[in-house]
Write a protein that binds this ligand. Sequence first.
Ligand code: NAD
Length: 414
Amino acid sequence: MNNDSVFQVALNTLNNAGKIGNIDKRVLDVLQAPKRIYQFRIPMKLDNGSFEVFQAYRVHYCDALGPCRNGTRIRPALTLDEIKALGLFMTIKHCAADIPAGGAKGGIKADPSKLTENEMERLVRAFVRNLTPKGPWADVPGADIGTGEQAMAWMLDEYEQITGIHCPAAINDKPPVLGGSLGGEAATGLGVFIVLMAAAQDIKMDVTKASAAVQGFGQVGSVLASLLCKEGCKIKAVSDVYGGIYAEAGLDIESLKEHVAATGKVSGFAGSKEITNEELFALDCDILVPAAVQNVIHKGNAGDIKAKLIVEGANGPVTTEADALLTAKGVTIAPDVVANSGGATVCHFERTQGLSDQYWDLETVNAKLETRILKAYHDAADTARKFKVSSLRTGAWIHALQKLEKAMKFRGWV
Ligand code: NAD
């Protein structure tokens, strides 16, 4: 992976779109850094008697459009730089998807695979206590890499223990039994698939005759790969943090899911050949979906990419230089702020349901998701056309920045 600052990559995108979109310089000045950063350390006695202090962050990037929302990432290599970038991405993602929310992200530098369940529970409860939660109209944490519905359930319970009131809208990505939305877990992968199909149609690519490679086989990558495979697309390669697998005739994704459930990794799947993550990017295929981590497509490997369509399941997987190289080559990139906004969109539905105490069936959630994410995609494409740029990313960011500009002006901030 390229070690460029992912926050710098996000700022480059912001400033480039701001310039092309003629966005008020004062708005761009506001967005050069987060509004507020919380940093704290969580001391913890581990179950084996040892002791560790965990670094934690919560970034409120911008709340011009509404309360700060989403994302709590737990991973060993976590940095504040990454959390700031993700906070900015969330700000833009909410605008691009017409969600009345600000952007936030938080995280704990820890390795979930090395923590017992008991330690994990104490860690996320301590995270909520240290945040001194301000509730659904100020800051709503959700899940991200290393956290899921169990962690969010503990967070909600801790919040409700502190405040003494039930408030399902205070935390996102909870299990449905505690007020979470149906369809939440699959929402991002489904959204990536819907955007991929729309982008393929625009470039006249027949997905049923196309081939694809998917990096990352977690919550996003596995759902996307499964839907794409059912559509008839040949998934030639899939990878995870341990490496990748390849089969020229295409992988059977449902069997692969069983293999991963049994072994914890994609490697060793019957009938496939082992490849590296770098080899996956250079494969001869039509569609590439990076759905793992940031900065994986960079100037060092962009030249090797043969795919004509890249759909960003991960946040920030393509660096600024790689984006320019690929766009110049005529590659269509469906950007993260649109392509992976399905999770943020269903979090918005989760909040709406929590605040109203009315819960929707899965068909309603998925139908509303499809309408919203397609609108976000077409808004980005229309804005790109209007400003005569070929980059959908620039189109999406200009569309979002125009909205932020309006909101900041009405508020009297700029
Ligand atoms: P996950 O933890 O469920 O899965 C991540 C996958 O990527 C795993 O297969 C893991 O082995 C693999 N991976 C991790 N590091 C890797 C590396 N260095 N090289 C190759 N593979 C690697 O996470 P997820 O929820 O699927 O999220 C994947 C990406 O999508 C992240 O960038 C996340 O920020 C983004 N995203 C997720 C959601 C969501 O709702 N889950 C929403 C928006 C964006």
